[in-house]
Write a protein that binds this ligand. Structure first.
Ligand code: PEP
Ligand code: MN
Length: 348
């Protein structure tokens, strides 16, 4: 089933010709699909002193992979000079890293040198959870280059990452898909996870959400990788991940014909309408309470009451199998809108 997806595979960093070839051999031996073979040769590191990549001497190593397996090659570029070198070395595609897409100056510089060039460019989301910044990075390349443009979702940095190194914040790529339905989106579960055992569950979500494929870091000996050692997978382990995926790849249009699905969709819409009508009635009552508060000089925000109400919601929610997180978010938006109806707009 991997054949139906775009697959970018390869090590986080090119370390030596042996390591690059060993990775490629492992990928081939495990029959993994490769749309592009990746390897970072200039590594943007958060802290100085970490391995910063071997640089352009890795181009011939990638060329060797291409000669042996006929796979296209892709490298990360972060500056005008790096783009020029990658084009000269005849790389087949480029990707823009998360630290670069966050910087409009860098993006403009890269866009300028790609003017009129026909090469695919895959743009990772910026490290900060800012949809407009991602769109801006994409637009700069789109107006300049003549090649295919795609998006890679690699998660967003967090002050204190918990389960994931870069929490996925799915609502951002979902909104991106709604705004630009024709741009192909890939998932980079390696950089979201930061930890290889979390990759399968993320990839499954990607497939469920209709991503067109993935960028996954594979390395023959991940524990000893010079960068991102915790998140890389052996090729054979990635093959196992793929074996366990529950595949979904049909466009909804194909299923639109299905009568049973049509009925289910219609009843969803019906319920949505009922939900909104009920919500409107709730807001009306809020407004009446607002008048009462005003007449009696009572402040609008009653935190104790809000806390009590939320507690009730949470207890009903657990009976209904909802997650605490979902209920808290839902309560928060409804409560803020309610306060708005009482004369203080806090939520737009
Ligand atoms: C990478 O792909 O190795 C990389 C540096 O990714 P990101 O820009 O997502 O951190
Ligand atoms: Mn990496």
């Amino acid at each position: 089933m991997q054949e139906k997806f775009i697959s970018i595979l390869g090590p986080c960093s090119a370390e030596s010709v042996e390591q690059v070839m060993q990775t490629a051999d492992g990928i081939a031996k495990n029959n993994l699909k490769v749309t592009y073979f990746r390897a970072g040769i200039w590594k943007p590191r958060t802290r100085p002193g970490s391995f910063e990549g071997v640089g352009e001497k890795a181009f011939p190593w990638l060329q060797e992979v291409k000669d042996k397996y006929n796979w296209q090659t892709i490298v990360e570029v972060a500056s005008k000079e790096q783009v020029e070198k990658a084009l000269k070395a005849e790389m087949d595609a480029l990707w823009i890293g998360a630290r670069t897409s966050a910087n409009p100056f860098s993006m403009q510089e890269i866009a300028d040198v790609l003017k009129g060039v026909d090469i695919p460019v895959w743009i990772k989301n910026p490290i900060n959870p800012d949809l407009e910044l991602w769109i801006g990075a994409m637009e700069r390349i789109a107006v300049a280059s003549k090649g295919l443009i795609g998006l890679i979702h690699r998660g967003f940095s967090a002050f204190r990452p918990q389960t994931f190194r870069n929490p996925p914040t799915w609502e951002i790529p979902i909104e991106m898909k709604q705004r630009y339905p024709d741009l192909p989106r890939l998932l980079d579960p390696s950089h979201i996870a930061g930890e290889r055992s979390l990759i399968p569950q993320l990839l499954q979500i990607g497939v469920d959400l209709g991503y067109k494929g993935w960028m996954v870091e594979v390395h023959p000996n991940p524990q000893n990788a010079w960068s991102d050692a915790k998140q890389q997978l052996k090729p054979e382990d990635f093959a196992t991940v793929l074996e366990n995926i529950e595949w979904k790849f049909k466009d909804t249009e194909v299923l639109e014909e299905d009568e049973a699905l049509k009925k289910l969709r219609a009843s969803l819409l019906d319920m949505d309408k009922q939900l909104l009508d009920l919500l409107a009635q709730r807001m009306q009552i809020s407004q009446d309470i607002g008048k009462f508060k005003k007449n009696h000089q009572i402040t609008i925000l009653q935190t104790e009451r809000a806390k009590e109400t939320l507690k009730k919601w949470l207890s009903w929610a657990s009976e209904n199998g909802f997650s605490e997180n979902f209920i808290k978010k839902l309560y928060e938006v409804i409560h803020l809108e309610s306060i708005g109806k009482q004369g203080r707009k806090l939520y737009e």
